[in-house]
Design a protein around this ligand. Structure first.
Ligand code: AGP
Length: 609
C-alpha cells in the first residue's frame, strides 16, 4: 500500500524523505519519488522500482536541495508501475502525493479535459493535482476544502503549492495520515515508523481535517475551515512494534485492516451502483458465453472459491466446480473452450496454482486470475485479471487477502448474473449497496466481538481436536475457520457439513471435543440448531457464531458461548462471519504460546510443489 511522507524544517529534506520512506517499505510498493522546494521551484524526482533505484536516480540527476518537501512509495492501483505513474504528481502550481482511491476520478478527469487540461499519467492522483490547480485561487486552505467536497473515495494527501515554499499541507479521508512534530520541524507520514527516527510526538489527522505544516509548528482546521485543537500523542513503540502499527502481531493488525481492504477493493469496481469490471478486461458479452466455471486454488484462496461457488450458482445459475490446484493439475480435468477457469491466489506465485493456470490455458479454457500481488506470475499469465487490493499481507495466516477475495467473488458473481440475465438491474443495485456497507459491518464485528472471542479462546487452549459445523455458505466459511485455527494454534480441527455429521463423524463427539457452529443462513438455521442439539447431548461444548436475529431465537443452554454478529444481506454474511473465527484462531494461538505470524512448517508463499 502506498506510503506518504513530508517534511518541513532545517534538515536536508531529500535525505529525510528517503529515510522516512525506508521505514514504510514493509507496506509494499512498486515505485518511489520525492518533490522538494529547491530555490523556490518544486523539483520532482521519481522512478519505478525500489528506494535504491530512487537513490541511484537522485545521484544521477542531483538530489533537490531544500528543506520543505513530500515523498511517496506507490503500490499501483490505477495504471501500471512506471516512472510516469509514480508520485508526486503535479498541476502547474501544485504538487501532491496520495494514498487511497478516488472513486469519481473518471468524471473529474473528463471535466478537466473539457477545460483543456492535459494528463501525463493514468493515475487518479494526477486528477486531484490538476483539480487543485484548476480550483486554486491563491488561498490554499479554501482551495483544498473545495476540492475535497468534489472528491469521492478514500485519500490521504500531502500537498505543496508553488506560491507557499515554506509549508506542506495535509488532508485525509479514510486513508490514515499522521503529523509528527519536533523542535523546529514537522513531518507527515502514513504510519508512525516513518517518523520515529526523528520524533515520537505526533497528531492523528481525522477525516476531512486539514493540517498546515511550517518549521514553526502545525495548525489544523476542520472541513468548515474552523481552527481546531488536537491531542498530541507520544509513540512508545520500538521500530518493530511500530511497523505493526502498535499491534503485537501482523495477523491481528491485518484482521483490523479488513474494513479498509474491502473498501479499497470494491470501490473502484462499482460505477453508478453496479459492478464494473471493465478495467480487468471482463465484458458482459464475453461472460455470457461461459457454460461452466472451475475455480482452482490452494488453502485459504480455495476456501474463498468455495464461497464463490455458492454465490455464483445461486445468482448466475452457472455450474461451478471448485478444485484444489495440486489435484486439478494432475487429473486431466475436463475444461475447454466454453469454460472459464478462475485462479485465486494472494501471492500469485503458488506453484500448483500457476501450473493449474497453465494447464487450463493449454486446454483452451479462458482464465481469470484473482490475485493480490501486483505483477506476479499468475497475474501476468492469466487472460483476465482482477486484483484484490488488500495491500501487503505479511502474516502467514491469510486474513485480509481472504476477505478481499470474497469481495471480488461477489462483484464477479453480480456481474456474471447480470450478463446471464438471471439478476435484474434493480436487485443487483440492492446487492451492491449491501456490499458497500460491509466495511462498516466488519468494523462493527471487530469492535464488538474481539473481547468475547479473546475470552472464548481461553477455553480452547487445551483442546486436542475441534469440529466446525455449518450448512451452505456457513459450511463453506467454516472450512476457512478450521484452517485458520489449525495453522496458528496447532490444534487439529475439521470442518463438516452439519447435516453429514450423523453419517459417521458424530462418533468422535464427546466432552473433550468442542464444536464451533456457524449459523447465519435463516433457511437452514433450524436444521443447524438440531445438529447443535445432537452434539451438545453427546457432551460437546458449543461455541456458536450466529446473527443477532438467530441468537434472539435460541433456547437457553443450547450453546455454551454465543458470538453475535449483526444480521445483514444473507448472501454476504461470510464477510462478517469469518472475522470472529479469525480472531478466535489468533487468540488461541497466543494462549498456547505460538507466534501466529510465523506458524511452524509454513511459508507465506508456496512456490514449490
Ligand atoms: C492460509 O492462511 C495459508 N497461508 C495458505 O493456505 C494459502 O492461502 C495458500 O498457500 C495459497 O496461497 P496463495 O493465496 O498465495 O496462492
Amino acid at each position: 500500500m502506498c506510503g506518504i511522507v513530508g517534511y518541513v524544517g532545517a534538515k536536508d529534506c531529500s535525505e529525510v524523505l528517503v529515510n522516512a520512506l525506508t521505514k514504510l517499505e514493509y507496506r509494499g510498493y512498486d515505485s518511489a519519488g520525492i518533490a522538494v522546494f529547491d530555490d523556490g521551484e518544486i523539483r520532482t524526482v521519481k522512478t519505478k522500482g525500489k528506494l535504491d533505484d530512487l537513490r541511484q536516480k537522485l545521484k544521477e540527476v542531483g538530489k533537490p536541495s531544500g528543506h520543505v518537501g513530500i515523498g511517496h512509495t506507490r503500490w499501483a492501483t490505477h495504471g501500471e508501475p512506471s516512472d510516469i505513474n509514480s508520485h508526486p504528481h503535479s498541476g502547474a502550481r501544485v504538487t501532491i502525493v496520495h494514498n487511497g482511491i478516488i472513486e469519481n476520478y473518471i468524471e473529474l478527469k473528463e471535466f478537466l479535459i473539457s477545460k483543456g487540461r492535459v494528463f501525463l499519467s493514468e493515475t487518479d492522483t494526477e486528477v486531484v493535482a490538476q483539480l487543485l490547480d484548476y480550483e486554486y485561487d491563491g488561498k490554499p486552505l479554501e482551495t483544498i476544502d473545495r476540492v475535497m467536497a468534489e472528491l469521492k473515495g478514500s485519500f490521504a494527501l500531502g500537498i505543496m503549492f508553488k506560491d507557499f515554499p515554506d509549508r506542506v499541507f495535509a488532508v485525509r479521508r479514510e486513508s490514515p495520515l499522521i503529523v509528527g512534530v519536533a523542535e523546529g520541524e514537522c513531518f507527515i507520514a502514513s504510519d508512525v515508523p516513518a517518523i520515529l527516527q526523528y520524533t515520537r510526538d505526533y497528531y492523528l489527522l481525522e477525516h476531512d481535517e486539514i493540517a498546515t505544516l511550517t518549521k514553526d509548528g502545525v495548525s489544523f482546521v476542520d472541513e468548515r475551515l474552523q481552527p481546531i485543537e488536537k491531542e498530541l500523542k507520544t509513540a512508545d513503540w520500538d521500530m518493530e512494534a511500530a511497523e505493526k502499527g502498535g499491534y503485537p502481531h501482523f495477523m491481528i493488525k491485518e484482521i483490523h485492516e479488513q474494513p479498509e481492504a474491502i473498501r479499497t477493493t470494491i470501490l473502484p469496481r462499482i460505477k453508478d451502483g453496479l459492478p464494473c469490471l471493465d478495467e480487468c478486461g471482463i465484458t458482459l458479452e464475453e461472460l455470457k458465453e461461459f457454460k461452466n466455471i472451475t475455480i482452482v486454488a490452494c488453502g485459504t484462496a480455495m476456501h474463498a472459491g468455495m464461497v464463490g461457488k455458492y454465490v455464483i450458482e445461486d445468482l448466475a445459475r452457472v455450474p461451478v466446480n471448485v478444485d484444489i490446484a495440486s489435484e486439478f493439475r494432475y487429473r486431466n480435468p475436463i475444461v475447454g473452450r466454453d469454460d472459464l477457469v478462475i485462479i485465486i491466489s494472494q501471492s500469485g506465485e503458488t506453484a500448483d496454482s500457476l501450473a493449474a493456470l497453465r494447464l487450463a490455458k493449454s486446454k483452451g479454457a479462458t482464465t481469470l486470475a484473482i490475485v493480490n500481488a501486483k505483477g506476479s506470475s499468475i497475474a501476468r499469465e492469466a487472460d483476465m485479471l482482477i486484483y484484490t487490493l488488500a495491500g501487503p499481507e505479511i502474516a502467514v495466516a491469510s486474513t485480509k487477502a481472504y476477505i478481499t477475495q470474497l469481495s471480488v467473488m461477489y462483484l464477479f458473481a453480480f456481474e456474471l448474473a447480470l450478463a446471464k440475465e438471471t439478476l435484474s438491474v434493480a436487485e443487483c443495485k440492492r446487492l451492491i449497496s449491501a456490499l458497500q456497507k460491509m466495511p462498516d459491518a466488519v468494523q462493527y464485528v471487530i469492535e464488538n466481538c474481539e473481547e468475547k472471542c479473546k475470552y472464548i479462546a481461553t477455553k480452547l487452549v487445551s483442546a486436542e481436536s475441534l469440529l466446525y459445523i455449518g450448512r451452505g455458505l456457513d459450511y463453506a466459511l467454516s472450512m476457512e475457520g478450521s484452517l485458520k485455527l489449525k495453522e496458528v494454534s496447532y490444534i487439529h480441527s475439521e470442518s463438516y457439513a452439519a447435516g453429514e455429521l450423523k453419517h459417521g463423524t458424530i462418533s468422535l463427539i464427546n466432552d473433550e471435543m468442542p464444536v464451533i457452529s456457524v449459523a447465519t443462513q435463516t433457511d437452514v438455521i433450524p436444521k443447524t440448531i438440531s445438529n447443535i442439539v445432537e452434539v451438545k447431548s453427546r457432551g460437546a461444548e458449543i461455541i456458536l457464531v450466529c446473527t443477532d436475529a438467530c441468537a434472539r431465537g435460541l433456547k437457553d443452554g443450547i450453546a455454551d458461548y454465543v458470538v453475535e454478529i449483526p444480521h445483514s444481506e444473507e448472501l454476504l454474511m461470510p464477510i462478517t462471519a469469518v472475522v470472529p473465527l479469525q480472531i478466535l484462531a489468533y487468540y488461541t494461538a497466543i494462549n498456547r504460546g505460538n507466534d501466529p505470524d510465523k506458524p511452524r512448517n509454513l511459508a507465506k508463499s508456496v512456490t514449490v510443489e
